[in-house]
Design a protein around this ligand. Structure first.
Ligand SMILES: [Zn+2]
Ligand SMILES: [Zn+2]
Length: 249
């Protein structure tokens, strides 16, 4: 997908986004020329620098100390978590850090049904997804009760945006998410157990032989996307990568 990321398209995309943006800052209410935040609310510090050193698998940015300790390893950097317990997906990339305005905007999208924020957040995370490759985007499905309650799946909105920009199809059918308690508030170990077996591939033909990119909003421990990746690989997918808006520590 990296091939479709021309600079010209980036400018056109941003121009359209600017036209659609609300004219006040989401955080402080100041008037803004474009974007969802005014410069004072400082959106840039929540964007992960694409040039920073990161784990090549989960994409988590390295702390300064860890980088110094591993100088010279170059592209083979893999973090302790991924070495200890290799995830089923081959790589994951987030564009943002889940804090400050990013956390507020994602919460507004999900819990105040501000679905119009999805393209703004995706545009903001876009650079962080560079290098991720696949032929079909698969949004993490919501359980039926959650979908009824919210009225939309935020991961599908993000996948549609990315799919249009990348020129890659989105497949939101063929997977069932079983009901169960949400991941919010659980420990890392509890999340893994809670997510296990939660996804059921109903129509394997949709994913068979494909290189997939799973799309979600927030990456915490990766338990949810790992559970979905396992199900998709079991259903015949060749490889699974993951993109999300933001990392939460
Ligand atoms: Zn502001
Ligand atoms: Zn890692």
């Amino acid at each position: 997908m990296a091939t479709g990321r021309g600079r010209g398209w980036g400018r056109v995309g941003r121009g359209v986004v600017d036209l659609l943006f609300p004219l006040t800052c989401e955080r402080c209410g100041e008037r803004v020329a474009g974007g969802v935040l005014c410069p004072a609310c400082g959106r840039d510090r929540w964007v992960i620098d694409v040039a920073c050193a990161r784990c090549t698998v989960c994409g988590r940015p390295w702390e300064g100390e860890a980088v110094a300790g591993r100088a010279g390893l170059g592209a083979s950097l893999v973090c302790g978590r991924c070495r200890g317990e290799p995830p089923p997906f081959c790589s994951h990339r987030s564009g943002l850090i889940h804090g400050g305005p990013v956390r507020e905007l994602i919460a507004a999208l999900k819990y105040r049904r501000r679905r119009e924020l999805a393209p703004h957040l995706a545009a903001w995370a876009w650079d962080g997804w560079a290098g991720v490759d696949g032929e079909l985007l698969v949004p993490v499905p919501l359980a039926p009760s959650r979908l009824r309650q919210r009225g939309f799946n935020q991961a599908l909105l993000l996948a549609r945006w990315a799919g249009r920009r990348w020129g890659v199809a989105v497949e939101a059918r063929g997977i069932a998410r079983l009901e169960g308690p949400p991941q919010v508030g659980l420990t890392r170990a509890q999340r893994r157990v809670n997510a296990r077996g939660r996804f059921h591939i109903e129509e394997e033909a949709r994913f068979q032989g494909c290189r997939l990119v799973v799309v979600d909003d927030v990456f915490t421990t990766g338990a949810t996307v790992a559970a979905l990746a396992r199900a998709l690989l079991g259903g015949g997918a060749v490889a699974v990568s993951v993109i999300t808006l933001a990392y939460r520590e």
